[in-house]
Design a protein. Sequence first.
Length: 247
Amino acid sequence: MTRFEGQSDYEGAEFVDLSMAGATFREVDLSDTRMHGVLLVNADIDGAIDGLRVNGVEVMPLIEAELDRLHPERLRLRPTTPEEMRDAVDVIEELWAATVLRASALPAEAVHRSVNDEWSLAQTLRHTIFVVDAWYGHAAALRPRPFHPLGLPAAFITNGAEFGIDESVAPTLDEILAARAERIADLRAYLADVTQEELDRVRGPNTAPGCPPPAERTAAQCLRVIFNDEWAHAQFANRDLAILEQA
């Protein structure tokens, strides 16, 4: 299969009367794309989608409602109060405990195996460490050096070394889980006695090197990003574990 990578030649391009059947688009910006008269049969799309209309109907409200029906725990991952925040941490920890337990039934090396060029389970868990560091340690707590060296940024973040991240390391699953447990314990300690006023207080921006970009945010906003990301990546991990289980 022909591979096109790191090119901007297609911005504003027009594709007419050609076949993209079986093509894969990964980490591609399709914002403001217009598709007319297309055949989209048996396609699979996941990503940050907003304002997508199919045959004149905006689909994301429908998809979100169906996801809530299929996964009612999602309703607990939109917390606004301290008590709801603590419950949301319980939800994500239960999800990941079940996922890691499921993986334990596979050969040990399976946690480091990629499926369809996606992150392995080990890499996904490393990314959750990064997400907590980014949205709690950096954006909410405003720490100058919050990033654990085992954290794994998203592909579009190419300067992780400036944050203190070492993407060349190959930690064991136990090392990853220990680092993640530290981060979750830190988050729980913050939430143990946090007040509503503290959650809703606008803080920042944090100008130290890191991610997300400097901006004023409330802790509540930042933590909801963590919960949403944790849920999504747990779904990705279980999707890939289902394939590994059939191998």
